[in-house]
Design a protein around this ligand. Structure first.
Ligand SMILES: Cc1cc2nc3c(=O)[nH]c(=O)nc-3n(C[C@H](O)[C@H](O)[C@H](O)COP(=O)(O)OP(=O)(O)OC[C@H]3O[C@@H](n4cnc5c(N)ncnc54)[C@H](O)[C@@H]3O)c2cc1C
Length: 414
């Protein structure tokens, strides 16, 4: 079904771009996502995996470079148009939308840094490439530091313990040593990383830095792909750094700027998760609506039963609410970044938490409306539910993020 987009302010060009993304999502991403969901994590990221063909196609269409400037090879979409596309890609498959979104992370960070060497080495090649051969990741969490790597902008949440990836100065550059967690999205297939490092081991995690680097440097090793429950088309795995030498320019953020930088970074990622959760919720709603119109029980299609209709309408409300909140927050925060350099993290967290919980509720209802069929692989709704569960933890577990959001909110009002 073509879910009605009630935003009448969208122009013809935006609707065309949205429609093209919807077609790609339906014809390429949905079948590829289901096929990848059935492979092991190792198979998904192994050479020859169907993942690389999908990634190449997405890259040719620019879906890995939605926000990049046209002059460099990006699509140069406005924040709202990029949100329209991202929602469609996630409707097709959540994990693949995440692969594409994350691939551009180091390049986007390089651009934002304004550092000409980082732009030349990391951003320019990425935006010029359209075959999916350059793939970024954001490596922040560590075996012993998950949530607490994200709360560094909140003094009450800062952990006074050493991080597990440390960078030390040596000569005119840096030497990096340590390990990131098995949850680094795109980790097993990444060619480049935005790497969060700890720069002052005697201090807390708020004295960190952000480093941009190519993962083919000597001393970098990729761990095996993680075997997991949801978002299975998104390869995840550890990264190991054994005295990896990077030049001075690679450290694009140093400790004094780190907490504020991470506030913006988390705001942009949480806003993005709100948008992809909306696409996923829509996918579950569409599947449930189609199924309940066809499945006959009690002598008529189950969509004619009042309690089924009530559940469908609850799903519809949630999807509409997600769409409004996720688009609004994403558009507002990306615009604020351009105009003032500072996003509103509490809004992004509100969107991330609300939309992922809503997607989870919608996917749960979709499974229930499919009855026993909802638990089989013949229908995609059980995959949607697993993907929605993964989203409640990705980019910060919801309860932990809510602590960050509440802290900022209360202080801003005071
Ligand atoms: C689909 C997916 C994608 C991901 N992508 C990436 C990625 O690209 N890069 C990356 O580096 N990582 C990634 N992660 C990791 C993710 O950021 C972490 O899983 C998440 O931040 C939670 O950390 P943790 O798993 O260590 O859980 P923990 O931090 O151990 O948390 C476990 C529980 O304890 C609670 N808790 C923890 N600390 C506190 C506290 N101070 N106060 C109250 N409650 C607390 C949490 O709310 C949670 O319920 C991804 C995870 C998933 C599921």
């Amino acid at each position: 079904m073509d879910f009605f987009d009630y935003d009448l302010s969208l122009g013809d060009e935006q609707r065309e771009i949205q429609k093209a993304a919807r077609t790609f999502a339906a014809e390429v991403l949905r079948p590829a996502g289901i096929a990848l969901d059935r492979l092991s994590g190792r198979e998904v990221s192994a050479p020859g995996s169907p993942l690389f063909d999908v990634l190449r196609q997405a890259s040719e269409l620019g879906y890995t470079r939605l926000l990049g400037p046209e002059a460099l090879g990006g699509l140069g979409l406005s924040p709202l148009t990029a949100a329209l596309v991202l929602e469609e890609l996630a409707w097709g498959n959540l994990g693949l939308a995440a692969v594409f979104f994350l691939a551009g992370t180091p390049a986007q960070v390089a651009l934002l840094s304004g550092n000409s060497e980082a732009i030349e080495a990391i951003a320019v090649p990425y935006f010029r490439s359209s075959d999916g051969s350059l793939r970024g990741c954001w490596a922040i969490t560590e075996p012993d530091h998950g949530s607490d790597t994200l709360g560094v902008m909140r003094p009450e949440l800062v952990v006074k313990a050493p991080g597990q990836v440390v960078a030390r100065r040596e000569g005119d550059g840096w030497v990096i040593r340590g390990q990131k967690s098995a949850w680094v999205s795109n980790g097993p297939i990444a060619t480049h990383a935005m790497l969060n490092v700890h720069l002052e081991p005697a201090a807390g995690l708020d004295r960190g830095g952000v480093c941009l680097l190519s993962l083919d440097l000597p001393g970098v090793t990729h761990g095996p792909a993680l075997e997991k429950h949801g978002a299975r088309s998104l390869p995840q795995g550890e990264l190991f750094f054994d005295d990896v030498h990077v030049p001075r320019w690679a450290m694009v953020v140093e400790p004094d700027a780190y907490p504020a930088y991470m506030e913006n970074h988390l705001a942009s990622f949480n806003a993005g998760v709100g948008v992809v959760a909306t696409g996923l919720a829509r996918a579950a709603f569409d599947a449930a609506l189609a199924y309940t119109r066809e499945r006959v029980q009690g002598g008529r299609p189950i969509a004619e039963h009042q309690s089924v209709r009530a559940r469908l309408f609850r799903m519809f409300q949630l999807v509409q609410a997600c769409r409004t909140l996720a688009r609004g927050v994403w558009t507002s925060n990306l615009t604020l970044l351009e105009t003032s350099g500072r996003m509103r993290l509490e809004h992004s967290i509100a969107s991330k938490v609300f939309c992922t919980q809503a997607a989870h509720e919608v996917a749960t209802l979709a499974v229930q409306l499919h009855g026993g069929n909802g638990l089989t692989r013949e229908y995609p709704v059980e995959m949607f539910l697993r993907d929605a569960t993964a989203l409640t933890v990705a980019d910060g577990e919801n309860a932990y993020l809510s602590q960050i959001g509440a802290g900022i909110l209360v202080e801003r009002q005071a």
